[in-house]
Design a protein around this ligand. Structure first.
Ligand SMILES: NC(=O)c1ccc[n+]([C@@H]2O[C@H](COP(=O)([O-])OP(=O)(O)OC[C@H]3O[C@@H](n4cnc5c(N)ncnc54)[C@H](OP(=O)(O)O)[C@@H]3O)[C@@H](O)[C@H]2O)c1
Length: 289
């Protein structure tokens, strides 16, 4: 029996992993939430990791409030960076492999072609910087670690762009949405699926765990404006959506104008195909209906 620890199991990704975990055979899951494990409590984090001979640790915790992070630098650093050093160190001591999730916001958005894993990072927000430092802390403390950068995550759980656009679309007659930021929406269910696939492939020795940085989002490209239109069309929301520029919707944390991720590496190493973003959106909206 393999032991796997899922830290942060009540977030969007954590809940999807919880939902899908039964697909793995001969694996015993331990789930923690903020209530049972606060990752800013270093001793508690170390004790939890060392409480069993875990084979794998998946970190789904994060400080994800991108704008608030500009103010709450210390807390964002503790959760997104310092905790990763502790996770890496403790995992190393017990010989556990770690899968951690990071973000497209480690890039500054100046690219004109999808970002590959080796492209130069240059975050332009506190959130992006703390996540990048977390990647580095983990990879330097535990060589058996994998960082999966993803983008524009949504699910049926928690607060996310999809749910906000449904709410605003139902409340208002007209809405302005940014069209000059381009990326790829990613359904948390698909991300959970690939993470469990990576663990399963390692256990069954189909593909040995290959540490390092990977990019994973759904396939395709969209602006927030396109994303909104797709949501509203599927949900039969008749609100008029106007494309607006970033400069007309200033936020405390700047976002990259372009953050499409190239997924060639993960597709090749793990021999997977990735769903198109609109197909996954339809799946999620069906559940929300
Ligand atoms: N959301 C996106 O658009 C997006 C985009 C790119 C990358 N990512 C990355 O994808 C990963 C998963 O994101 P997500 O959307 O699933 O995040 P999420 O829904 O915000 O979940 C994060 C979880 O971490 C928990 N948490 C916060 N502080 C904690 C602490 N001190 N100790 C323990 N748990 C704590 C949160 O608990 P509470 O909810 O109770 O606070 C929440 O359950 C993250 O690494 C994120 O950076 C997300």
């Amino acid at each position: 029996m393999k032991e796997i620890l899922i830290i942060g199991s009540e977030g969007q990704l954590g809940l999807e992993i919880k939902k899908q975990c039964k697909v793995l055979n001969k694996v015993n899951f331990t789930f923690t939430s903020l209530q049972s494990l606060d990752v800013t409590n270093t001793q508690q984090l170390v004790d939890t990791i060392k409480s069993k001979n875990f084979d794998y640790i998946v970190n789904c915790t994060a400080y994800t409030a991108v704008d608030k992070a500009e103010e709450e630098v210390e807390l964002a650093t503790k959760i997104n960076t310092s905790a990763l050093a502790t996770i890496g160190q403790s995992a190393n001591e017990i010989g556990a492999k770690v899968i951690h999730v990071s973000t497209d916001y480690v890039f500054d958005g100046s690219n004109h072609r999808p970002y590959v894993e080796t492209d130069t990072t240059n975050p332009n927000s506190v959130y992006g910087s703390t996540k990048l430092n977390g990647e580095r802390a983990l990879l330097s403390h535990n060589k058996e670690s994998m960082v999966i950068r993803t983008s524009w995550l949504y699910s049926i759980h928690g607060n996310n762009f999809v749910k906000t656009m449904i709410r605003l679309g139902n409340e208002r007659d007209e809405l302005g949405v940014i069209f000059d930021q381009v990326g790829t929406p990613t359904y948390a269910g698909d991300l959970a699926d690939i993470i469990l696939h990576i663990v399963d492939a390692d256990i069954s020795k189909v593909t040995t765990f290959e540490p390092g940085i990977y990019h994973y989002s759904n396939e395709g490209v969209a602006s927030w404006y396109d994303f909104t239109l797709a949501i509203h069309q599927k949900m039969n929301i008749s609100c008029r959506v106007n494309p607006i520029e970033t400069k007309d919707y200033p936020t405390p944390a700047p976002r990259p104008h372009y953050s499409v991720l190239n997924k060639a590496k993960i597709k090749q190493v793990y021999n997977v195909s990735i769903p198109y973003w609109k197909d996954s959106l339809d799946k999620c909206l069906l559940l929300l209906k």
